[in-house]
Design a protein around this ligand. Structure first.
Ligand SMILES: NC(=O)C1=CN([C@@H]2O[C@H](COP(=O)(O)OP(=O)(O)OC[C@H]3O[C@@H](n4cnc5c(N)ncnc54)[C@H](OP(=O)(O)O)[C@@H]3O)[C@@H](O)[C@H]2O)C=CC1
Ligand SMILES: O=CC(=O)O
Length: 325
């Protein structure tokens, strides 16, 4: 008998066929996120669940007595209580590597559009406001040969460093708990203390996972250390940056601007002051959103799911994480 699994998101025919070969499955085919009540009903008798993001806590586990695998279709997994899952014999998996280049491209988009004011320029040209371009606001910051500080030199951080160093002749410095000698060698990177990275960078990118340690890693004091014209880019998780402190720092001119793909509350609230700021570029948590990357993530998640429910070893088991459910 094939193991039973639930797929909590529409997937391509190719991914569905692969799952069908190995499992009995049901699938949520609606565009909207699956409501919790339906999810909890569907996981009552399955061994595997594939889902973009699950909040796995006591409540979830009570509803899934046969569950062996939660296969996340994402890299970040701060919503998985990994201790609790281990106690209940549930393996968590995620989808690293296959989206690194795609997310790095988006980050470069944020770096370029926040420094060169691309969204305002587009708006002005389309509105016939060419004359606004005399405003000194538009004498913007060079990206090439500037210093990029990357906080979290992991898979994605390294791809950003590659683009910055080889493509834009940037000096790249980074802060990480462990050193990355190979990446240092390949891209001429230098590891520094967090304070130094903040003080010396023209662009600061936060690319750490969200954990107890990285929650509000960037707050009032850290923002104060940054150059007055520096731009903060956050494409990791909103809660890595203290958003109130960021709003204040932008308001007070402590830093020059921000490029944000992630927010403390998502979807970002319409009343969030960040949305009113001319020196803030926003995208809707869309780092991995190309057709290729999303398909690769879904296939990777399907492979992890199938391996986990058929007695194999999934390739991408999540590490124990000091989680924040
Ligand atoms: N916007 C989007 O659409 C996307 C966002 N993400 C987010 O990006 C995050 C990073 O992804 P990825 O690069 O694949 O992850 P990695 O695990 O490869 O990299 C994370 C890096 O952060 C470092 N790090 C972890 N904790 C700390 C700490 N307390 N202080 C300093 N450095 C730390 C790690 O090194 P060390 O442990 O040695 O310190 C590691 O180098 C994901 O967790 C996810 O939240 C991912 C994909 C898409
Ligand atoms: O935010 C996206 C992810 O894959 O993590």
């Amino acid at each position: 008998m094939k193991p039973k699994v639930y797929i909590a998101k529409p997937v391509s025919q190719q991914v569905e066929n692969y799952i069908a070969e190995h499992c009995d499955y049901k699938i949520w085919r609606e565009k909207e996120d699956i409501p919790k009540e339906i999810l909890y009903k569907e996981i009552q008798d399955v061994q595997g669940l594939m889902i973009p993001k699950a909040k796995v806590n006591e409540d979830f586990i009570k509803n899934a007595p046969q569950l062996k695998v939660v296969s996340h279709i994402s890299v970040g997994y701060e919503t998985l209580d990994t201790d609790l899952m281990e106690q209940n014999g549930i393996v968590g998996t995620h989808t690293p590597y296959v989206l690194d280049d795609t997310v790095a491209d988006l980050i470069f988009g944020l770096i370029l559009s926040s420094s060169r004011r691309l969204s305002q320029l587009d708006r002005y040209v389309k509105n016939g406001e060419w004359n606004k371009l005399d405003d000194p606001f538009f004498l913007s910051k060079d990206v090439h040969h500037a210093t990029l500080g990357i906080i979290g030199m992991g898979r994605i951080g390294e791809q950003v460093a590659k683009r910055a160093s080889l493509g834009f002749d940037m000096d790249v410095i980074y802060y990480n708990r462990s050193a990355r000698p190979e990446a240092e060698e390949k891209y001429g990177l230098e590891k520094k203390e967090l304070e130094q990275v903040l003080q010396e960078s023209d662009f600061v990118l936060t690319m750490v996972p969200l954990t107890d340690e990285t929650h509000h890693l960037i707050g009032k004091e850290e923002l104060k250390l940054m150059k007055k014209d520096a731009i903060l880019i956050n494409a990791s998780r909103g809660k890595v940056v203290n958003e109130q402190a960021l709003i204040q720092a932008l308001h007070d001119g402590e830093i020059g601007g921000a490029g944000l793909d992630v927010y403390e509350t998502e979807p970002v609230e319409a009343t969030n002051p960040l949305l009113q700021m001319e020196n803030v570029v926003t995208t809707p948590h869309i780092g991995s959103a190309t057709a290729n990357a999303r398909e690769a993530m879904a296939m990777k998640a399907a492979e992890n799911l199938v391996a986990g429910v058929t007695g194999g070893k999934p390739e991408n088991v999540v590490k124990e994480l000091k989680h924040l459910v």
